[in-house]
Design a protein around this ligand. Structure first.
Ligand code: AMP
Length: 295
């Protein structure tokens, strides 16, 4: 199974990707994690990405595509993968489509995690990562539990600098403008797009996600607008997706039917009138003729 997870920072896509990774034995490929690894290792890419990541900006498309090309060529990605945080731009989405076409392994689904923005702020401000085992917890919803790496009985939780409120708000804005709107529009026409309500308990979201993926087997579910922006965006969205045009077709057909009916109704009237006229004419002549003959 080859899946893309799309969602605002903090929408829980990383957590769900970790769950599906176990269930389907396919790797979660998080471009954020790959960049953080470069950062920790002090590679040239890590040093270049450091400021961009800290400010909530995006690393350039060419670099990101090179990272993905390299990662997808590794053996563990042959059975499938979950892309988490990639693509983030239309250029990345197009590059991914081309790359997967070259490999002969197209995507099976693109899942959009839909969460209210206020909920996101809560999630992100509470998010902590164990610096040893890299598991993600949330001090508000899912406190640290379970085993760390061998030799450590407790997790050592740290907050990512880009989870701080001001940076987070910039990331959220950027996600809406540069990722959710354009990239979900790009995928909406492929028929791969599924939207999952990502609010509620982690187990519930996993269940919804599995149901969506199972039910998804080929039918298209157009991307729903993000919860926080539904009202503002409604008029624009209504005009564009092809699905809406299709959805309007039956209405047009239905609108034509009554017109046909009224044409049918009108026809018998005209025929009836003609009959009456003919009958009347037929009677009139002999009647006048009778009167004349009487005089
Ligand atoms: P994430 O952990 O996915 O939220 O990513 C953390 C940061 O890494 C982002 O805020 C970006 O600065 C950078 N990043 C991750 N993935 C991408 C991507 N696909 N394109 C550009 N920048 C990315």
């Amino acid at each position: 199974m080859r899946i893309v997870f799309m969602g605002a920072p903090g929408s829980g896509k990383g957590t769900q990707a970790q769950r599906l990774e176990k269930q389907f034995s396919i790797p979660q490929i998080s471009t954020g994690d790959i960049l953080r690894k470069h950062l920790a290792d002090g590679t040239p890419l890590g040093l270049r990405a450091k400021e961009i990541m800290a400010s909530g900006g995006y690393v350039d498309d060419e670099t990101m595509l090179a990272i993905i090309r390299e990662r997808l060529s590794q053996a563990d990605a042959a059975r499938g993968f979950i892309l988490d945080g990639f693509p983030r731009t239309v250029a990345q989405a197009e590059g991914l489509t081309k790359l997967l076409a070259e490999l002969g392994t197209p995507l099976d689904a693109v899942v959009l995690f839909d969460v209210d923005h206020e909920q996101l702020v809560k999630r992100v401000s509470g998010r902590r990562t164990c610096e040893f085992c890299k598991k993600v917890f949330n001090v508000n919803f899912a406190p640290a539990s379970g085993e760390c790496i061998p030799g450590r009985s407790e997790h050592s939780l740290v907050q990512r600098p880009d989870d701080r409120e001001d940076t987070f708000k910039e990331r959220l804005r950027k996600y809406e403008e540069d990722t959710r709107k354009p990239v979900s529009r790009y995928y909406a026409y492929t028929g791969l797009m599924r939207t999952v309500d990502a609010e509620g308990a982690i187990d519930e979201v996993t269940q919804r996600l599995l149901d969506t993926l199972k039910a998804g087997g080929g039918s298209a579910a157009p991307a729903a607008p993000a919860k926080a922006a539904k009202k503002k965006r409604a008029p624009q969205r209504r005009a564009k997706p092809a699905a809406r045009k299709a959805a309007r077709r039956p209405v047009r057909k239905a609108a034509k039917k009554p017109a046909k009916k009224s044409a049918k109704k009108a026809a018998p009237k005209r025929r009836a009138n003609r009959k009456v006229t003919r009958k009347a004419k037929g009677r009139a002549r002999p009647a006048r003729a009778r009167r004349k003959s009487k005089r």
